[in-house]
Design a protein around this ligand. Structure first.
Ligand code: PGA
Length: 251
């Protein structure tokens, strides 16, 4: 029995056609009764309204965004406003995913502005942290994570802390098939929890990086791992269903 609710979050990144989405939901609807964990999906922003509708009919799946702007409105061509996400009834937003950090050059200061903007709009935030392989190999893991937490979560309002979730995603494990061992992940999760200044024992901390049906059980059995942020394996309904079923057993 887990101390905290277990969350399985699918990060679809820039994938899934409309046809694939409808097939996904047909499959998912078959497991409605078994779902005891929380199942979340972050599709491409353009698909959010469609997924909201499908999730409404299948039930029990929360829909979120993969990113948002640090501003509610303005001359920011191509950005997605957190206020508009809230308007759409979006439940959460992922902020600071390593692809945003590395490919789009988003640093901790900007990510902090995004976290605060999303929280102001009462969106749940999944704030991602994690080290690269070079950083791990040069013993920089905790230094990097300290900085990501300290700057990225600066000025976090205490009355919004219940909306914050953390995802520990070692960059070397994302999309590589190299999952961190349950022990490696637990060690970092415990460290992250010890650094949280608000609601540390209640905060959901997800693990992400090559999570699959065959490795999730060992991860979720660890005390400080409260779920998974899943890329590749969340695209296939059967895998996603299986991840949710395994997580549901632990609840
Ligand atoms: P992966 O991606 O499960 O494909 O490794 C995880 C993520 O990027 O959030």
């Amino acid at each position: 029995m887990k101390k905290r609710e277990v969350h399985i979050v699918g990060n679809w990144k820039m994938n899934q056609s409309l046809y694939e989405i409808s097939q996904f939901f047909i499959e998912m609807s078959k497991m409605k009764m078994e779902l005891k964990c929380k199942a979340w999906i972050a599709p491409q922003a353009i698909h959010i309204p469609i997924l909201k509708e499908m999730a409404f009919t299948t039930g029990a799946i929360y829909i979120g965004a993969q990113n948002c702007s640090n501003q509610d409105s303005g001359a920011l061509t191509g950005e997605t406003s957190p206020a508009s996400l809230a308007d759409l009834g979006v439940e959460f937003v992922i902020i600071g995913h390593s692809e945003r950090r590395t490919i789009f050059g988003e640093g901790n200061e900007l990510l902090n502005e995004k976290v605060l903007a999303a929280l102001k709009n009462n969106l749940k935030v999944i704030y991602c942290v994690g080290e690269t392989l070079a950083e791990r190999e040069s013993d920089q893991t905790y230094k990097v994570i300290d900085e990501q937490l300290l700057v990225g979560l600066k000025n976090l309002p205490a009355d919004k802390a219940h909306l914050l979730m953390i995802a520990y995603e070692p960059v070397w494990a994302i999309g590589t098939g190299k999952v961190a061992s349950a022990e490696q992940a637990e060690e970092v999760h415990g460290y992250i929890r010890s650094k949280l200044t608000h609601r540390a024992s209640e905060t959901i901390i997800l693990y992400g990086g090559s999570v699959k049906p065959d490795n999730i059980d060992a991860l979720l059995r660890k005390e400080n791992i409260d779920g998974a942020l899943v890329g590749g394996a969340s695209l296939k309904a059967q895998d996603f269903r299986q991840l949710c079923s395994i997580a549901s057993v632990l609840m």
